[in-house]
Ligand binder design. Structure first.
Ligand code: SF4
Length: 336
């Protein structure tokens, strides 16, 4: 039986042993190196890790937006509603990107066209995918701007992106993303450039939209604090691998992977004294042209054992739905 025939229809997206590499003059960057996860209908999955861990490359691979060359999906698969997107022709991919999977990036100014009004940009997206007149599209655009909390939406239709504040631009981006009623929204660091109050408002908005429309969301962030507020499940990425995945409550209460524990330790504590130093994980994320042998986290791991520099850990399911890629757990299983 083929992979597609066995697909569970509650799983809207399945990323299966994905390897995406970049062929550069300095060598092959193994940016995503064997990533597997799925997204269920209506859930928010967080992808968290430091910059350079492969989160955005994973998202770009799902959308088939990896610049080729130098990038290439080397192996693995991405199944969208049970069908491999790697086999979809580019015209079909454009339709999936516009109609079914939408993206919101960190900096809306790079995604919005500076010389078109907001009305023109959202209208264009609506009219590209739906059989509506210009007036109907404008009405839909106004409703969307209202929905995402732009005050006086009707009056702001003729404004240009630069006339909006950072938080409002991010709302416009979300309105644009929602204009096609997507089944999946990929939000890549959507609140990183915003101050804390606006960040909370944009997260509230996304949570509200998910509850209203049952849109699945992949939320990509380096900030594990954001994950706690938004996500049902979380996948922790390190140096091109997922090192731990499970439901948010379990991961926050009982993190197992030393990297997850370190990320959680680095969340600022609201009760900390002002002179308490904020914990930061020692060392830096490795060069993915020559990643460390064995477990890629071993040079930075406080629990590393001699074998960690030699053996690549398998991913073990500790309890249903909670997976970890660390020799501490492989060894425990072997000892039983
Ligand atoms: Fe640390 Fe070893 Fe586990 Fe890697 S395999 S996270 S180095 S204990």
């Amino acid at each position: 039986m083929s992979k597609e025939e066995t697909f569970d229809e509650n799983i809207i997206l399945k990323v299966d042993d994905l390897h995406t590499y970049f062929f550069t003059e300095d060598g092959v960057v193994k940016a995503v190196d064997g990533v597997t996860f799925d997204v269920q209908r209506g859930e928010v999955l967080g992808l968290v890790g430091e910059s350079g861990s492969g989160k955005s490359v994973t998202a770009m691979s799902i959308l088939r937006l990896i610049p080729q060359p130098p990038g290439k999906i080397i192996s693995g698969d991405v199944l969208w509603k049970g069908k491999s997107i790697l086999e979809v022709p580019e015209s079909g991919m454009r339709s999936i990107r516009g109609n079914q999977i939408a993206v919101v990036f960190q900096d809306p100014l790079t995604s919005l066209n500076p010389v078109l009004t907001i009305e023109d940009q959202i209208n264009e997206a609506i009219m590209l995918h739906q059989q509506v007149t210009k007036d109907e599209a404008t009405e839909k655009t106004r409703t969307l701007l209202d929905l995402v909390g732009i005050p006086d939406a009707g009056k702001r239709l003729k404004d240009y992106p630069w006339q909006f504040s950072g938080g409002m631009r991010q709302r416009v981006m979300i309105a644009l993303a929602l204009s096609c009623n997507p089944d999946l929204l990929i939000a890549d660091e959507p609140t990183t450039a915003l101050d804390v109050t606006i960040q909370a408002q944009v997260l509230d908005l996304m949570r509200d939209l998910k509850n209203r429309f049952q849109t699945s969301i992949i939320l990509i962030t380096h900030d594990i604090g954001v994950i706690a507020e938004m996500c049902d499940r979380v996948a922790v990425m390190y140096a091109g691998n997922i090192v731990e995945i499970g439901d948010v409550v379990t991961i926050f209460k009982e993190p197992k992977h030393p990297y997850t524990k370190a990320l959680l330790k680095s969340i600022p504590d609201a009760n900390a004294r002002r002179d308490d130093e904020l914990y930061s994980i020692p060392g830096t994320i490795p060069n993915l042209i020559n990643p460390p042998t064995g477990c890629r986290f071993h040079p930075r791991c406080s629990e590393a054992m001699p074998e960690c520099s030699e053996i690549i850990p398998d991913t073990i399911e500790l309890v249903p739905g909670h997976f970890v890629k660390c020799l501490l757990f492989t060894n425990q299983i072997k000892k039983k």
